[in-house]
Design a protein around this ligand. Structure first.
Ligand code: BDR
Ligand code: CA
Length: 314
């Protein structure tokens, strides 16, 4: 099985990632760390505990950064940004948590975990702003060689979702994203909007999940239905919604998930007036810097659905 630590800002799609990451027979969550993002940290942590309890996992949870690395808070208040903030601030419709967050901060936890040679096989999966990971790398620079693989949801090669240029996770803490990507970790896989938008889910997909008959599948279906109701209509006017974060976990057990990828030098804009948080994917053969990431450009909906069924049906 594939061991991983999930750093997340739960969030309805992060919650589905948790349910899938606990449920999939090929995945083994070692710990979950939380970060300010979709909602304020206390709500992120509460949502995370709710999702883990529903999945029946005794996975330790450590709360992390409550603010971006440098900026006082998100550039736009969340309730302006997100029509759905009340739902996310009140537990995502999941039952109340019974388990509690661990003592101690997520950042030293991440340092200790990955400095421990016994965890040299674990993947770090990030589905929120990269604040905790940037802080951990600052606290312990040797971590750069000790995190064997980072798989993250963030950025967009095409249009962003918060602005034309920027995707939410990178926009919410651009300095953290740039700090992490410029560190040069041994293996970085970026799952940007290009990939997540290429395999959106639909109402009939929710019907199929419900037929699996497990609490995790029912909860995931309800969360996807909620997203379907709140998302802007897709350009095709098909009622479908991208479910971003679980794709990172799907990739761990189904490396055939991505049907197009590119090796590139990636960086994040931290100064642009209109482009703050933009992911720059430099694929020029004559670029000055070597490739530092693999960027997923397209995903297979068939593989993604098969992963979700396997993860949520057991
Ligand atoms: C990302 O932003 C968050 O709202 C989602 O949870 C996902 O991680 C998509 O841009
Ligand atoms: Ca997220």
């Amino acid at each position: 099985t594939m061991r991983f630590v999930l750093d997340c800002d739960t969030g309805s799609d992060d919650a589905i990632a948790i349910l899938a990451g606990v449920g999939h027979p090929g995945l083994e969550p070692a710990a979950v760390t939380t970060v300010n993002g979709n909602v304020a940290l206390e709500h992120v942590t509460d949502n995370t505990l709710r999702a883990l309890d529903l999945a029946g996992a005794g996975v330790p949870v450590y709360a992390g950064a409550a603010r971006p690395l440098i900026r006082p808070d998100l550039p736009i208040p969340r309730d302006v940004l997100n029509k759905d903030s009340a739902f996310q601030q009140h537990g995502l419709g999941l039952p109340e948590a019974v388990s509690a967050v661990r003592e101690g901060h997520a950042v030293p936890f991440l340092v200790d975990f990955f400095m421990d040679a016994a965890n040299a096989d674990a993947t770090l999966v990030a589905t929120g702003p990269l604040t905790n990971i940037a802080l951990a790398l600052a606290l312990e620079p040797r971590l750069a060689e000790r995190i064997p693989r980072l798989v993250l949801m963030g950025g967009a090669h095409g249009n962003g979702n918060v602005t034309a240029a920027a995707e939410f996770n990178f926009w919410a803490d651009p300095e953290a994203a740039e700090a992490v990507l410029s560190t040069g970790l041994p293996e970085v896989v970026i799952v940007p909007l290009d990939a997540t938008h290429s395999a959106p889910l639909t109402g009939p997909d929710c019907d199929e999940l419900e037929q699996l008959g497990t609490p995790a599948a029912a909860a995931a279906a309800a969360l996807i239905r909620h997203r379907l109701e709140h998302d802007q209509a897709s350009p095709s006017h098909e009622p479908s919604t991208p479910v971003h974060d679980p794709m990172c976990l799907a990739y761990l057990v189904r490396p055939d998930l991505f049907t197009a990828t590119v090796r590139a030098h990636v960086s994040v804009e931290t100064a642009g007036a209109r482009t703050l948080g933009q992911l720059l994917v430099d694929t020029r053969p004559w670029r000055p810097e070597p490739a530092n990431a693999t960027v997923a450009l397209q995903a297979s909906g068939t593989v993604y659905r098969a992963f979700l069924r396997e993860a949520l049906g057991s």
